[in-house]
Design a protein around this ligand. Sequence first.
Ligand code: FER
Length: 335
Amino acid sequence: MKKTILFLLLTFLISTSSNSWGATVQNADSDERNLEASTEDAASERVALDAFEVRPIPQEYRTPTARAGKIVRLDYETDDGSKFAYVYVPYGYNRFTKYDVLYLMHGGGDNQGTFFGDDRNPSDLKNVVDRLIENGEMKPILIVMPTYVTQSRNGVSIPDAWNAILQFPEELSKYLIPAVESVFSTYAESVDDEGLTASRDHRAFGGFSMGSAATWLVFQKRLRHFARFLPISGDCWTLERQGGKSKSEETAKALADSVKEQGYTSKDFKIYAITGDHDIAEPNMTPMLDAMKRLPETFETDGDGVNTWYFVKTGGWHSVADVKEYMYNLLPVLY
Ligand code: FER
């Protein structure tokens, strides 16, 4: 009886859902770990995406809980001097457990502390993630917040930010991931190219605005190290600035070609793209995601093998406040 009510409620939500494709997409996860998961878990994951809508963060989730994770500062060296990233370490972390990792990049003018704050001043989003984990709504994962800004590129202007981002995929694989995953317990048996490739399904990359431009670039350059992507309110700039709008078809094709060139297929990745209908990035993202949808051999938005979702929140703006809401809603479906 309960299930019937839930089903009816979800059917109602699907029909009133604000997302672009959510009403028609199916989540057909066939990877190893999902097969291992209980059927109940698999069903709830499917329901979560089919009926996906951006729900507001419950007020109590923004408040600290006793079972709190930590934010750790990790310093590392790069070709362009020393840098640091903040790492969210979930409550109960221990070195005998392997953790999935999300690398999460900030937007223009922001920094490593924009999303989660730091250990002295954790943000409400940090509390939200603590609560999601405490309530069993998401798995305990590591979340790494780096920056694309380097000593020689301050990344303040948008062209400078994009130039800094262009060097980031190399820094990511050569310095950042090894620094993180040699210290913390993850699925990487080793932090060389082979070890990072073997553990790619346990590594996600996401980002907001210019961080979303970085996410699309990492998709094109480092599919061997990442299988899940969370581009938030930003299009792909590889062909040109805001090319998602001005060169939608070409950009979609470049993304599809890069999958093939890197030796992967539609089965090897998942993209959870999101923005808001009032967001300055929405007019750039929507035509690009629509063009990707027209390349179903690579980007499946429907049917059994769906790998690409695109959600547009009604009333969403280009703001960190909305990003926090997107994280609250999407982190539970990411892993
Ligand atoms: C976009 C719209 C805006 C985008 C980035 C921005 C990468 C960045 C704006 C800013 O930093 O002021 O589609 O995609």
